[in-house]
Design a protein around this ligand. Structure first.
Ligand code: ADP
Ligand code: ADP
Length: 229
């Protein structure tokens, strides 16, 4: 069974004669543990597609499944996903521990379970010694890892990454890319990662979806997509 499937997904903004269709029937089956990168020029519909999977944007037609559930009508919190954003704003007045625990507290996860999950995520991300620090006491790379920690502790079935590297300087971008690869190796969570950067797509992806004008142009391994004769 696919971890994530898109079946003839269509998105229109607006209604009636003025409606603007921006996603024209995208279908893809994504296997358990796969790391998929969606790449394409600005305005091609990458982020709309990701936001529909996240439940932040309604699907106009077609079907999105996560595991064996059709999620079209589910709230983001009911979808078993976690999202890592471009602007990973941490709560400045909270410690690293509380930043990572916040979403779980809201979801009323029992305190001992919260502690277990945060400790485990902190270990994977090498944040164990920083749990009592505030964000301003951290380096940029450490803050980025806390942002990923907040996603990990939710133990989602699917990770969604919305251009998480695009506002970082070159050094931190490379560091964070390696961190994301390591995370995927250790946890194997099915991932959907949006970027406009082909280098990122080639280094991170097991398979790449190339979007163009709201249409899926290609869907294949980096070799298939970039080294075609
Ligand atoms: P990308 O992420 O590839 O840059 P987007 O998914 O943001 O592309 O946008 C795809 C198309 O949908 C663009 O033409 C954009 O102008 C349009 N669009 C995005 N969001 C909205 C919105 N809220 N209302 C109307 N049109 C939108
Ligand atoms: P970067 O140049 O990568 O942003 P910094 O020079 O800000 O890193 O920080 C280097 C190290 O010093 C980091 O490991 C960080 O945890 C630590 N550090 C920075 N500020 C503080 C502080 N106010 N209190 C304790 N440790 C700090």
């Amino acid at each position: 069974m696919a971890a994530l499937s898109l079946r003839n997904v269509i998105k229109r903004y607006g209604v009636g004669p003025k409606a603007n269709q921006v996603i024209h029937g995208v279908s893809a089956e994504i296997a358990d543990h796969e790391f998929i990168v969606i790449v394409g020029p600005s305005g091609c519909g990458k982020s709309t597609l990701l936001r529909m999977v996240a439940g932040l944007e309604e699907v106009s037609a077609g079907e999105i499944r996560i595991g064996d559930r059709v999620v079209n009508d589910l709230e983001p919190s009911e979808r078993d996903i976690a999202m890592v954003f471009q602007n990973y704003a941490l709560y400045p007045h909270m410690t690293v521990f509380d930043n990572m625990a916040y979403g779980l507290k809201i979801a009323k996860v029992p305190v001992p379970e919260i502690k277990t999950r945060v400790d485990k995520a902190a270990k994977i991300l090498e944040l164990g010694h920083l749990l009592e620090r505030k964000p301003r006491e951290l380096s940029g790379g450490q803050r980025q890892r806390v942002a990923m920690g907040r996603a990990i502790v939710r133990q989602p079935q699917v990770f969604l990454f919305d251009e998480p590297l695009s506002n970082l300087d070159a050094k931190l971008r490379a560091q964070t890319r390696i961190e994301i690869q390591k995370l995927h190796r250790e946890l194997g969570i099915t991932s959907l990662f949006v970027t406009h950067d082909q280098v990122e797509a080639m280094t991170l992806a097991q398979r790449i979806i190339v979007m163009n004008g709201g249409v899926m142009d290609q869907f294949g391994t980096p070799e298939e997509v970039y080294n075609r004769p």
